[in-house]
Design a protein around this ligand. Structure first.
Ligand SMILES: [Zn+2]
Length: 246
């Protein structure tokens, strides 16, 4: 996102996230202080509503034509993240408004602590195709869809589940004796005893932060494993979306 767009769209919500800095200083004056960290936070990690420009990027893709989740329930996050070589990249993620502050905090902590995340791009850059996004090891959140054969919205459809380093942390389930793996190219990484880059493990910083913020990890499920997946528990979703419960 360009600086101009940030000034137009980001300041109101930035003041929510970074109230102290945003209320007392404009971005220009903050840069002249010695508090470099505050400056980085304010300009690189921020939340905005889904502006018309952002909506144009997701409409008909992750925000599908049959999307029943109001656009007003979503937020855009701009973040930084580091890859395995320590190189900094800009990231973009769309999440539910109820978890926007939490996810921003988590991604900011991961960045500050050099926790490697390879890509955080809007899934719309992959035509909202989960498989393509996962094969590219992209981390993402919102992608509207109903749970199969129901009118209930899935966790990702609500923007209430976040997938991290998806290629190296695949989903797997055995259905009628047949093992399903998503993405299929993630098969080598089903061996969770092996050591490899971008692997999420119980007790690592990524796991700990999501758990602290009230998420559950798909790597701890018993009927299936979803090592990339951190989601808000059903009980909490029922509070926010009572009509979306079975
Ligand atoms: Zn997921």
């Amino acid at each position: 996102m360009k600086a101009k767009e940030f000034l137009l769209t980001g300041l109101l919500t930035a003041s929510m996230s970074f109230g102290l800095v945003a209320c007392s200083q404009t971005p220009g004056t903050a840069a002249s202080t010695n508090n470099a960290e505050s400056t980085a936070k304010q300009e690189d990690f921020y939340i905005t509503e889904i502006t018309d420009d952002i909506f144009a990027r997701i409409k008909g893709k992750s925000f599908k034509d049959d999307c029943t989740l109001p656009r007003e329930d979503l937020r855009y996050l701009h973040v930084l993240h580091k890859d395995i070589d320590g190189k900094t990249h800009e990231g973009e993620m769309i999440v539910n408004k109820h978890i926007a502050e939490d996810v921003l905090d988590i991604l900011q902590e991961l960045y500050k602590n050099d926790y490697p995340i390879e890509k955080i791009r809007l899934i719309d850059e992959y035509d909202a195709d989960d498989q393509k996004s996962m094969e590219d090891n992209n981390s993402s959140c919102f992608n509207f869809r109903f749970i199969s054969h129901t009118t209930r919205i899935s966790n990702h459809g609500l923007g209430l589940a976040v997938d991290i380093n998806t290629l190296y942390n695949p989903y797997t389930k055995v259905v009628e004796g047949k093992r399903i793996i998503e993405p299929i190219t993630g098969e080598p990484y089903l061996d969770r005893e092996a050591s490899f880059d971008y692997k999420i493990e119980k007790g690592d910083l990524c796991y700990n932060l999501f758990i602290e913020h009230g998420f559950e990890w798909g790597g701890e499920w018993t009927d299936r494993k979803d090592y990339q997946h951190f989601a808000i528990p059903v009980s909490k979703i029922a509070e926010w979306y009572p009509n979306n419960v079975e």
